[in-house]
Design a protein around this ligand. Structure first.
Ligand SMILES: [Zn+2]
Length: 177
């Protein structure tokens, strides 16, 4: 799926989880960092693609991206699996706690937000024709619906539905809480 679908799905997942778990809204700094972490998390599994937007943020990112892609051998392997999710959890937990070790930003909320982004990415790719190797290194691909990545179903049904879900949760559900 495309980056914008993943980013929108991650945000929808974050808002839904915040509501379902009745999380009190944290301070502004935590909200801001958590939103950025949510976007980063939603793009992390596709780091095995040189065209990933995260590489554009780094100087010389295209070159690093190509090296990285070769390391992964092919698209959608370990980064789209439960094992990859576990590794992302451990690495990001360490990084986030190292950066945000003060009182101002709640590192647990930031980590949770990033992992929701990561998890929502795998879930959305699970809906596509390509499928996801959830149990990597076992090569079984898991998929439902067989949607074409970047096709009309993604652009005209999935993406708009996610946007509507976000608006609905923000404007109608929050009022009834
Ligand atoms: Zn992906």
């Amino acid at each position: 799926m495309q980056s914008r679908t993943h980013q929108t799905g991650a945000l929808a997942g974050l808002i839904a989880m915040t509501m379902l778990t009745n999380q009190p809204i944290p301070n502004g700094a935590t909200v801001l960092v958590a939103l950025i972490a949510n976007v980063v998390g939603s793009l992390l599994p596709d780091l095995d693609q040189a065209g990933n937007r995260l590489w554009d943020l780094l100087p010389g990112g295209n070159v690093i991206g190509k090296v990285f892609r070769n390391l992964f051998l092919s698209h959608r392997t370990i980064s789209h699996s439960l094992l990859g999710f576990g590794i992302a959890y451990l690495i990001n937990d360490w990084i986030i706690r190292m950066i945000f070790n003060g009182e101002l930003v709640n590192s647990q909320i930031v980590l949770g937000s990033l992992l929701i982004g990561y998890g929502s990415h795998i879930f959305l790719d699970f809906l596509t024709e390509e499928g996801v190797p959830l149990l990597f290194p076992i090569k079984w691909k898991f998929r439902i619906f067989r949607i074409n990545s970047g096709g009309w179903v993604e652009n005209w049904i999935i993406f708009p539905l996610l946007v509507v879900a976000i608006i609905w949760m923000l404007f109608f559900k929050t009022k009834t809480l």
